[in-house]
Design a protein around this ligand. Structure first.
Ligand code: KG4
Ligand code: ZN
Length: 345
């Protein structure tokens, strides 16, 4: 089936969002999300068993609502796509079992897709722009990398990645020590609005000349985390908004410095920023400024499509259909630590 207007239903359950999106070609028809985030908040992080149970409970209702929103019946779906990794294994299995059951019962093709690739694929929705080749800055709760995307479904080269914490993880950890709510990214983003980003000069990891030789496009956020913790210990009367804004500035500055230089140095004058951290307001603002200055065409998906959702999974499924890629077939399995080198299972 090679159909540029195929209707694809995508299921995402890799972490704490039970999400279903439906697309027709590049058009978004439905995007329904049920989050178990409130059930995890008191633990300060996602509890895998709670997430899996919440997915099981939410799945039927989320699929039904997506079909209502898209004004479709389940028999109208041409193909199914589901996140097969990376993510929490129990949570992934709820999604892959649900999708396999539907595809088998309805006799429709099924694509197991990579969550990281899907974050980038969402950029193709509601757009007639060419996606690739592009440099991608992929920044989520579990991953931070700079990629050269020649073909999202089968040729992605990793130029650099984090050597310790992911960017989103750094936001979550610093929010915790600042006693802000979970997840930390949105909480720091909000607290920083009233803070001074130049109040404290926090370090930009792997940015010194001696580090650049071996780690030009790599990130490190552990030194920054230690530096914030030390600052808080040494300054009992610290201003929370200033710490949040200065920390956020340090992360955003280093992410963009490296992503823009990757675009400039490879001669690929296109940059897409994807993943949960791409919802950050300061990252979005500074990216616009720096990309314009460097003559790079910048794309960042709408904020609601940056954090985990089903539309991104459906979008990657649609690209697979359009590319004539063979469906995954039943029994493709889930892989909790899958890398972006395996976009379609
Ligand atoms: O992509 P995502 O929804 O899930 C993963 O695949 O990991 O990313 C979640 C991460 C969390 O660490 C969260 O704190 C961060 O994205 N995040 C943000 C913002 N919104 C979500 N980080 C900074 N600023 C935000 N506005
Ligand atoms: Zn994600």
């Amino acid at each position: 089936m090679i159909n540029s207007q195929a209707v694809v239903l995508g299921i995402e359950t890799s972490c704490d969002e039970t999400a279903v999106g439906i697309v027709r070609g590049r058009n978004l028809l439905a995007n329904v999300i049920s989050s178990s985030v409130d059930e995890h908040a008191r633990f300060g992080g996602v509890v895998p068993e709670i997430a899996s149970r919440a997915h099981l409970e939410a799945m039927p209702g989320v699929i039904a609502q997506a079909l209502v929103d898209a004004k479709l019946k389940i028999s109208d779906i041409d193909a199914f796509a589901v996140t097969a990794g990376p993510g929490l294994i129990g949570a992934l299995l709820v999604g892959t079992s649900s999708a396999s059951g539907l595809a088998l019962a309805l006799g429709k093709p099924l694509y197991g897709v990579n969550h990281l690739s899907a974050h980038i694929a969402v950029d193709t929705l509601e757009s007639d722009q060419k996606l690739q080749p592009t440099i991608a800055l992929l920044v989520s709760g579990g991953h931070s990398s700079i990629l050269q995307v020649n073909d999202l479904t089968n040729d992605v080269v990793t130029l650099g990645s984090t050597i310790d914490d992911a960017a989103g993880e750094a936001f979550d950890k610093i929010a915790r020590i600042l006693e802000l709510s979970f997840p930390g990214g949105p909480a720091i983003d909000k607290a920083a609005q009233s803070g001074n980003p130049t109040a404290i000069d926090f370090p930009r990891g792997l940015s010194l000349n001696k580090d650049l030789a071996a780690h030009k496009y790599d990130f490190s956020f552990s030194g920054l985390k230690t530096s914030v913790a030390r600052y808080l210990q040494a300054s009992p009367k610290f201003i929370r908004a200033d710490v949040a804004a200065s920390f956020q500035e340090a992360v955003v500055d280093v992410l963009l410095t490296k992503a823009i230089s990757a675009a400039t140095e490879t001669g690929i004058d296109r940059l897409v920023i994807a993943g949960g951290v791409a919802a950050n307001s300061r990252l979005r603002e500074l990216a616009e400024q720096r990309a314009a200055k460097a003559g790079i065409a910048l794309r960042i998906p709408p904020m609601a499509l940056c954090t985990d959702n089903g539309a991104m999974v459906a979008a990657l499924g649609a690209l697979a259909v359009q590319g004539g890629i063979s469906p995954s077939g039943l029994g493709f399995g889930a892989n909790s630590s899958s890398g972006i080198d395996r976009p379609i299972f």
